[in-house]
Design a protein around this ligand. Sequence first.
Ligand code: ABV
Length: 232
Amino acid sequence: MRIDVISIFPSYFDGLTLSLLGKAQSTGILDLQIHDLRDWTHDRHRTVDDTPYGGGAGMVMKPEPWGLALDELAPAGSDSPPTIIFPSPAGEVFHQSTARELAQREHLVFGCGRYEGIDERVFEEAATRGEVRLISLGDYVLNGGEVAVMAMIEAIGRLIPGVVGNPESLVEESHEDGLLEYPSYTKPSVWREREVPPILLSGNHGAIAAWRREQQLERTRRRRPDLLRDED
Ligand code: ABV
């Protein structure tokens, strides 16, 4: 998979070269390219924002650098158009199902907005270059899209075949079956007078599976009852 990120703070993404996703990059499973939006400016101050037409607080990201970035990373008329993602608190909510869907794509382009937003015409232009998705991590506001894009890349990247060593570990996680994860324990069997649930030491694999399922259901009922009603 190829992933391009456009940001005015490219060093935010240095951490993605570590651990799991760093390995995926060195083995060639993932080609992750971070770009500085200011590299597509032409003025002395590498200006990426301007005042909003109609007035109002804050600054708006200018369309021209974004247009040149799209020309390079998502050219018109490509026969393999990318999916172009803009993190936005006004977008659809990102779920594990979203990560699963996007992990199937050959090419993702993430555009990180800052300030009060990006000139609306950029989204229209982007829609001529691929499928545009506005995606929100949740109902809160960040200073910019960078942290949201890092979270999305981590969630998507670990679902690319070959990135996580043991694919079995993916199916047992929270959200993969619509329930929260069951509790885990390791040695010692007694720690600070706290015992591991005896069923886990019983060797009865059927009983253990049933207990874990009950724990998943109970936790989900208590912490996230919305998951038992919704379908996502
Ligand atoms: C993108 N807040 S996504 C740009 N939750 C600016 C703020 C912001 C995003 C999110």
